[in-house]
Design a binder for this molecule. Structure first.
Ligand code: SF4
Length: 259
């Protein structure tokens, strides 16, 4: 399936949005980040290509994202498949004995936390909407839909943004641990900016039509090159754009990559 249709949010304008201005971000700084973001995005598109998305219903994406917390994609997918295989509907997951849900999602790790969290979210959505049908979110503006998702315990800015972007095709930029690290090293945000604020900033730095591909390609970059320890700068496709790599000579970068 192709990438989501993204509408252009009011967020991406020339002047510094008041929220960013309140953080001390200047027009010149924002313009520099935007220029670098575009260059990084183009480079990663050339290197990795345009990623494809599997568009799932919003509730499926929400549960999948909760399962993905603190584990890898393989374990997440095994747990999700086990959950869907064991229970025919999300209503059945909601109403199941807690230990049955915990047992089904064990491959994802932290099952004793994630199981009750998933059931609590399903119960809270039912209480709020009278059903587990989230299709109404598609018609809502992105900020209203984000706010609605964030009201549920266990749904943070990243989870909400993933549902908005991947399932609903809305302009939201999820920031996971890879993207937080990579954007910090590249110099696409202030070094000490919180993860929560980085979600806001990235939606102003990348153009909305790039959110989907940039999000995924930055994750690929983080896994393949910009690893937490010993980043492989000497072979990284964006090394000439990167603030972190500029601190080192090519010889030092090559040495780091081999270490
Ligand atoms: S050059 Fe190094 S630090 Fe910069 S993005 Fe690439 S791997 Fe990460």
């Amino acid at each position: 399936m192709g990438r989501p249709e993204l509408t252009s949010p009011a967020a991406h304008q020339d002047e510094v949005p008041s929220q960013l201005a309140a953080w001390g971000i200047s027009a010149a700084q924002l313009a520099a980040w935007r220029a670098k973001a575009r260059a990084v995005h183009q480079r990663l598109l050339a290197y990795y290509g345009q990623p494809q998305v599997i568009r799932r219903p919003p509730l499926d994406e929400l549960i999948l994202t909760i399962l993905s917390q603190n584990t890898n994609d393989g374990n997440r997918d095994r747990a999700y498949a086990a959950l869907r295989g064991r229970f025919p509907t999300w209503e059945a997951v909601r109403d199941a004995p807690p230990e049955a849900v915990v047992e089904a999602i064990r491959p994802a790790g932290l099952a004793n936390q994630k199981g009750p969290r998933i059931q609590a979210v399903l119960q809270a959505i039912t209480q709020e909407r009278g059903s587990l049908d989230l299709s109404f979110l598609a018609a809502w503006p992105v900020e209203k839909a984000r706010e609605w998702l964030l009201q549920f315990k266990g749904v943070g800015p990243k989870t909400a943004a993933i549902v908005l972007l991947f399932s609903l095709g809305k302009p939201a930029f999820p920031v996971d641990t890879h993207i937080y690290r990579v954007t910090g090293r590249l110099g696409l945000r202030p070094p000490n900016l919180s993860v929560e604020r980085t979600h806001v900033l990235m939606e102003h730095v990348f153009p909305p039509e790039a959110y989907f591909a940039a999000h995924l390609n930055l994750i690929y970059l983080g896994r393949d090159f910009c690893r937490p320890r010993k980043p492989r700068c000497s072979t990284c496709p964006v090394r000439d754009l990167c603030d972190y790599a500029r601190q080192f000579t090519p010889e030092e970068q090559a040495h780091d990559a081999r270490a």
